[in-house]
Design a protein around this ligand. Structure first.
Ligand code: SAM
Length: 295
């Protein structure tokens, strides 16, 4: 939690202290829940990039309820160590690492989570493009884990930095979720600008999902097929559809046609002749314009 005088004037900073939240960001999740009813029917949740733990606190208080239901399972993950919270299992790890993803999946013992939240933020460098890129990568790592642990129809909530690549992120999310929206809760600071996902334009607006299905009746490029030649038929040589216009081996072909191509065991005289012919060809070539070449 920040301690500058600006932070002390911040209403959510003071409220967080009064209500016992570890960070003012608790209000963001509470306000998102007010708008989208995120916690309805949720008994298993994952909090990615959770430290110091205010979102986990919100999940613990809201999901476990007054009777402190033991049925509720909350897994919180962060690079940093976090003070314990009731009903929250903690994993200290990097969400971009496969081992962390596997650890999270193991905690659900084959069951799926109803909700995944991620408030991840990298250490900012001050270079906006770099920060935005790293943030987007963090979000994609969170999305990757989410695709393994979230139940179909479950919700994924993640922080984004608004930037020029936001359309790409939106398209990537749209592949997995039928409804994607960008919300800015009142407690979210003004330094981040609103983005309306419904008004996006440009080439990244939509990624058409590509699904490789395979085809049992189709050719398999990893297999070698017999030629199945029919001895009663005559086969014709089929030339290349479009031969190269001016290949680097063109001179060698010409030399071979005139039987001037040097062979390894050629007497040096033949080699000299070949080289002379090569020089002559090069000279002739500089005076010729071949259609389709750019030199
Ligand atoms: C804004 S804080 C999260 C605040 C938290 N939601 C709360 O309410 O207390 C961002 C967190 O992201 C974590 N983080 C950044 N990169 C991470 C990564 N690759 N794996 C796990 N955590 C990461 C940081 O350690 C930091 O604690």
């Amino acid at each position: 939690m920040g301690r500058s005088s600006k932070d002390k004037r911040d209403i959510y900073y003071r409220l967080a202290k009064e209500e016992g939240w570890r960070a003012r960001s608790a209000f963001k999740l509470l306000q998102l829940d007010e708008e989208f009813k995120l916690f309805k029917g949720v008994s298993r949740a994952v909090d990615l990039c959770a430290a110091p733990g205010s979102w986990s606190q919100v999940l613990s208080r809201k999901l476990r309820g007054k009777d402190k239901s033991e049925e509720v399972k909350i897994v919180a993950v962060d690079l940093q160590a976090m003070a314990p919270l009731p009903g929250v299992t903690q994993i200290q790890g990097d969400i971009t690492k496969i081992s962390t993803a596997e650890e999270i999946i193991q905690h659900f013992e084959g069951e799926s989570a109803d909700l995944v939240v991620c408030d991840g933020a990298p250490d900012v460098t001050g270079l906006h493009d770099v920060d935005e890129y790293i943030q987007a990568q963090l979000l994609l790592a969170a999305l990757n884990i989410t695709t393994h642990v979230l139940k179909p129809g479950g919700n994924f909530v993640a922080k984004i930095f608004r930037g020029k690549d936001v359309t790409l992120l939106y398209s990537q999310l749209k592949i997995f979720f039928s409804f994607v929206t960008c919300a800015k809760p009142p407690s979210s600071r003004n330094s981040s600008i609103d983005v309306d996902f419904n008004q996006l334009e440009g080439p990244n607006r939509i990624i058409v999902p590509f699904l490789a299905c395979g085809d049992l009746s189709g050719f398999d490029s990893d297999r070698t097929y017999p030629l199945q030649l029919d001895s009663s038929k005559e086969y014709q040589y089929l030339p290349p559809t479009q031969p190269p216009i001016r290949p680097p081996y063109q001179q060698a072909c010409q030399l071979r046609k005139s039987n001037l191509l040097a062979k390894e065991d050629s007497p040096s005289g033949v080699l000299d002749e070949a080289l002379t012919a090569l020089d002559l060809n090069t000279e002739a070539d500089t005076n010729t314009t071949t259609p389709g070449t750019s030199d």
